[in-house]
Design a protein around this ligand. Structure first.
Ligand SMILES: Cc1cc2nc3c(=O)[nH]c(=O)nc-3n(C[C@H](O)[C@H](O)[C@H](O)COP(=O)(O)OP(=O)(O)OC[C@H]3O[C@@H](n4cnc5c(N)ncnc54)[C@H](O)[C@@H]3O)c2cc1C
Length: 432
């Protein structure tokens, strides 16, 4: 136990949400005030902030962890109706944020498949939903307040050139104390699922299919047919009873074959608020399969079909037995330095795997080999095997990010093994 006076610090055995990563940290701090958090940061040699632990890797691991849920103001949500922004603390999840925004007539532009994750953790990893014209969730961020490795409380606003480098931060710049997001007027969506689409129909109509709604997800298991296409769009579009030969489903579906769709948001064309249609899963229920691991790779949109075809032809039959489900989504390009969608309209090829870590790792290596010609960028919060050199090659602004990291955290308190291994490589040692 470390002597921090009033800061509650407990020895821990902690896993991530999916249970596939056991944190090596043995100490968990629960500061209640900024001053207590500052003491934790200044005394630590290796520290990470916890979000809601929905990442699948060691991205958020360190010698010590700090939970922010007891921190004064960590659950605060403050709306600015004139500026059309909302400011949230680090404990706020998308579900909690939506529960405040929707009654105020406001909305987020997009959401991930689940609303259970923290807003700030999601931005830190470039978490995304789907939509040809929708950036990832981090692109909504307009300002950040960060407690840096030096104990300074840094405000990064829209005019600060460092903001675009600090939003997708992988937890490496300090503790994000609050984020300000752009919001829009509330809107209504409906959701429909179309089943058993031919791969040829997708190949011939990709643009029309991914633009059939504000957010479109294509679920498949590398089989003869695409299992389902989920379209979340304008309520009038829900009258369509087939999509390029795929009929509308007659009842609710769960993306994972055999799982109970009661946990999913309404799909039968019934209009509803944005926050009850954009996520696949409802807030009060367990999302996805639970016993799972996830991986995802992003390629430039123009390579999406070729990348999918290469995976199907070279690995489809070997991928299938390890898979719960695979999902294809689209994400608009952005300017965030470490965003996997930096200057690239992207197609995300996602895998929800059975929880078999060794087999998944081996399959990731194979997938990365097949995707190599398409310059894949991995999802930061999911499992991948690419070495730092191959990841770094796709991030031209990585040098600037590392310089910012060293400026804000010269002791390297927030530099963890994962970051060195997966992105920064040998040059990641803290500056003296
Ligand atoms: C069932 C399921 C479904 C998913 N669906 C999607 C999806 O649809 N789209 C998608 O893109 N991803 C998806 N993910 C992945 C997930 O959204 C990301 O991994 C995201 O980071 C989770 O946020 P979190 O709060 O749990 O972060 P954590 O996993 O807790 O942390 C992630 C990183 O952020 C850092 N961090 C968190 N909070 C702070 C803070 N306040 N200050 C500094 N650093 C911080 C941590 O240190 C760590 O490095 C899914 C995951 C699960 C389990």
């Amino acid at each position: 136990m470390i002597g921090f006076g009033p800061v509650s610090t407990t020895p821990i055995e902690l896993t991530n949400w999916a249970g596939n990563h056991r944190y090596r940290a043995r100490m968990l701090h629960h500061p209640r005030s900024l001053e207590e958090l500052r003491r934790v940061v200044s005394a630590a040699r290796s520290l990470r902030a916890l979000g809601t632990r929905h990442s699948f890797s060691a991205i958020g691991d360190a010698d010590e962890l700090v939970a922010l849920d007891l921190l004064e103001g960590s659950g605060r949500v403050t709306i600015d109706c004139e500026a059309l922004t909302v400011t949230v603390g680090p404990a706020v999840t998308h579900a909690q944020l939506a529960a405040t925004l929707e009654p105020a007539g406001l909305a987020l532009a997009n959401m991930a498949s689940l609303p259970h994750i923290s807003v700030i953790g999601a931005a830190a990893t470039g978490t995304h939903g789907s939509g040809d014209r929708q950036g990832n969730l981090a692109t909504s961020v307009r300002a950040l307040r960060i407690l840096t490795g030096t104990g300074e409380l840094l405000e990064l606003g829209p005019g600060d050139p460092r903001l675009q480098g600090a939003i997708v931060n992988l937890g490496a710049l300090g503790v994000v104390m609050q984020a300000t997001l752009a919001v829009e007027r509330s809107y209504t969506l409906s959701q429909r699922v179309y089943e058993r689409m031919e791969w040829d129909a997708l190949a011939e109509n990709l643009d029309a299919i991914t633009s059939a709604g504000r957010s479109v997800s294509i679920f498949h298991r590398f089989g003869e047919l695409i299992r389902e296409v989920w379209v979340k769009g304008d309520p009038s579009a829900a009258d369509r009873l087939s999509l390029f030969g795929a009929p509308a489903a007659g009842g609710p579906r769960h993306p994972v074959p055999g799982a109970d769709p009661v946990v999913c948001t309404p799909q039968l064309g019934e209009p509803g608020p944005w926050c009850e249609r954009l996520p696949h899963f409802r807030a009060g229920f367990m999302p996805s399969a639970g016993e799972e691991i996830q991986s995802e790779y992003f390629v430039a949109r123009e390579h999406g079909l070729a990348a999918l075809t290469a995976l199907r032809e070279e690995l489809g039959p070997r991928i299938e037995p390890l898979l719960h489900i695979s999902e294809v989504r689209t994400i608009a390009a952005d300017e965030l330095w470490l965003s996997p969608h930096w200057r690239r309209d992207s197609i995300g090829i996602h895998f929800t795997w059975q929880r078999e870590p060794e087999a998944v790792r081996a399959m990731c290596v194979e997938i990365e080999r097949v995707l190599e010609p398409f310059a894949p960028r991995p999802h930061w919060g999911k499992v991948f095997e690419l070495p730092a050199s191959r990841v770094a090659a796709h991030y031209p602004r990585l040098g600037e990010f590392d310089a910012l990291r060293r400026e804000l955290d010269p002791r390297g308190v927030f530099l963890n093994r994962w970051l060195a291994q997966r992105l920064l490589g040998d040059g990641a040692a803290p500056t003296p």
